[in-house]
Design a protein around this ligand. Structure first.
Ligand code: UDP
Length: 253
């Protein structure tokens, strides 16, 4: 029996949103059998996002995250991802959960590989920073299907237990409500993504889900390929052709 794949994407209105969501939506649309795309916005569901989602042909749920604590926008989607997790928990959606930010680039192979994960899977992600003009890897070093170490880089020199990017791991949703099944006595419900320490969100979450590397599955076995790319594209200072309009998304009028 093949597992369902559940993708959580935080998003917000900005110049390149239409470009990002269309690009992601078009990969998701190719995945067979169809997956479920949970798209979460802050405060209210925008007409711009709704319109794009309707056209993608992907099975989606468009959620809104109400920021009760009124914390800063600097949390970069953390509350939205948590809202996605809460939705999965509340409706007991069974499947492999994956956090896919809207601005990254994903291969079809990645989404197909997710179905092979039984509990927790991780893989190396290539990070491309436009400003620094270089590419680095973040994620596991593997020997066959075993995770034996981590690619580290300047961003991760601080003491993170697991050097994993937000878009470099996926897990079985049953972890969210059935701790015993994973043979580990962590508190239930598990703490969600960390909202405080920037850069520690992934590792804080993962530390609650697995004990160590021996409980991780490499995707694909031996981590032999790059399946997605984390981009840092800056849309500030773009120059638009005459007649192009920038209100919430970039559009031609
Ligand atoms: N995001 C969001 N609201 C924000 C900032 C970010 O919904 O105020 C989303 C964004 O659309 C993306 C994800 O959070 O899907 C990661 O954001 P960003 O690319 O800024 O983080 P980075 O890639 O730089 O870590």
């Amino acid at each position: 029996e093949r597992k369902q794949v559940i993708v959580i994407t935080p998003t917000y209105n900005r110049a390149l949103q239409a470009y990002f969501l269309n690009r992601l939506g078009q990969v998701l649309r190719l995945v067979q059998p169809p997956l479920l795309w949970i798209v979460v916005e802050m405060t209210s569901a925008s007409a711009e996002t709704a319109e794009i989602l309707r056209k993608t042909g992907v099975m989606y749920r468009h959620l809104v995250c109400v920021n009760k604590n009124n914390t800063s926008v600097k949390d970069r989607g953390v509350h939205q991802r948590n809202a996605g997790l809460e939705h999965i928990e509340r409706h007991r959606l069974d499947g492999i959960v994956y956090f896919a930010d809207d601005d990254n680039v994903y291969s079809l192979e990645l989404f197909e590989s997710l179905r092979n994960i039984s509990r927790f899977g991780t893989w190396p992600v290539a990070m491309l920073a436009q400003s620094k003009n270089k590419a680095i890897l973040e994620g596991p070093v593997c020997n066959a299907s075993q995770v034996i170490g981590w690619h580290t880089n300047e961003k991760s020199k601080r003491l993170r237990r697991f050097h994993v990017d937000m878009s470099g791991f996926a897990f079985n949703s049953t972890i969210l409500w059935d701790p015993k099944r994973w043979n580990r006595p962590f508190s239930n419900p598990i703490r969600q993504l960390d909202t405080v320490k920037e850069g520690f969100q992934e590792t804080t979450f993962i530390e609650q889900v697995v004990e160590d590397e021996s409980q991780m599955e490499s995707v694909p076995p031996s981590c032999s390929r790059i399946l997605n790319w984390h981009l840092h594209l800056d849309a500030h200072g773009l120059v638009y052709p005459r007649g192009w309009l920038l209100q919430k998304n970039l559009e031609v009028v």
